[in-house]
Design a protein around this ligand. Structure first.
Ligand SMILES: *[C@@H]1O[C@H](CO)[C@@H](O)[C@H](O)[C@H]1NC(C)=O
Ligand SMILES: *[C@@H]1O[C@H](CO)[C@@H](O)[C@H](O)[C@H]1NC(C)=O
Ligand SMILES: *[C@@H]1O[C@H](CO)[C@@H](O)[C@H](O)[C@H]1NC(C)=O
Length: 257
């Protein structure tokens, strides 16, 4: 069983995502339903053996960029990062209280170098977006401390952390090493690098291009990967070595009692 948590943590992540608090509420409803269908003992067994996968924070950090007025100094950036990590770890603690013991995490990927971000500075199309890079680096530096704290404080808590920032950045910079032709140009969208998020929107005043062969691309649209790319990351999260996914990988977590 897997509990996926896509989306943003904060309400003000304005794109269409379900915030983490709402996802936790829904998950509690799921647990109640499982309990009434299967009973207390079986529910406990299922919830303690499950692996709970969290892939969260990227939207929050990217959209913070559009509220730069409040993020001009390092102190404000640190506050935002602390809030995001605090929210994430507190939801993990809630899932632990519900019986969860095995968790998988991705740090925040190199979305500062995704097509959507790398067209924002029109004088440097194709280069990573510095303010987003700073936020992501700050987050990824602090996030492992939060996970180590949970491991100290919660008996039986085990986790996998995939270094998504490094693995995605390597593919953006060296696409051919991984079977892609394009590292930072989207298959679907418009404008430079097809980095405008218009994929699928065909109406007056807007149009979009769709590439011929999606398997040449790392990014499907301005900020989302292709299926071929996702398969590569899935493999790394599942069975990558400790410097890529650690201290456990997902396979090892599933194999634990
Ligand atoms: C996130 O943290 C803030 C500040 O501690 C808190 O007010 C808010 O309720 C938290 N949200 C979630 C979803 O945990
Ligand atoms: C967009 O709409 C135009 C006009 O209706 C149509 O000719 C074109 O094929 C559409 N493009 C896509 C990608 O659906
Ligand atoms: C992980 O370690 C292996 C060999 O031990 C090395 O080849 C690889 O480059 C390392 N990966 C990262 C992302 O550091």
């Amino acid at each position: 069983m897997e509990c996926r948590s896509f989306g943003g943590i904060l309400f003000r992540t304005v794109v269409l995502v379900i915030d983490l608090g709402t996802q936790l509420k829904s998950f509690k409803t799921v647990k109640r339903r499982v309990r009434s269908a299967l009973g207390e003992a079986e529910t406990k067994r299922i919830f303690s053996r499950a692996v709970y996968l969290f892939n969260i924070g990227g939207n929050d950090l990217f959209y913070a960029l559009f509220q730069t007025s409040s993020l001009v100094n390092l102190n404000a950036k640190q506050k935002l990062v602390d809030l995001i990590i605090g929210n994430t770890t507190s939801v993990v603690e809630e899932v632990y209280k519900m019986g969860g013991r095995k968790f998988g995490f991705l740090n925040v990927g190199a979305y500062d170098c995704a097509p959507a971000a790398s067209i924002l500075d029109t004088a440097n199309i194709g280069s990573c977006n510095k303010p987003v890079t700073e936020l992501i680096d700050l987050h990824n530096k602090k996030f492992p401390d939060g996970l180590r704290r949970l491991q100290r404080e919660l008996s039986g808590f085990k986790y996998a952390l995939h270094d998504y920032r490094t693995s995605l950045l390597d593919r953006i910079n060296n696409p051919s090493k991984y079977g892609f032709k394009e590292g930072n140009k989207a298959c679907c969208g418009s404008g430079p690098l097809r980095g405008m998020p218009t994929c699928g929107i065909n109406q007056t005043g807007l149009s979009y291009e769709l590439c011929e062969d999606v398997t040449n691309y790392l990014f499907f649209d301005s900020a989302h990967l292709t299926e071929k790319a996702h398969r590569q990351f899935a493999e790394l999260i599942w069975s990558g070595p400790p410097n890529v996914t650690g201290p456990y990988n997902l396979k090892a977590l599933f194999e634990l009692n």
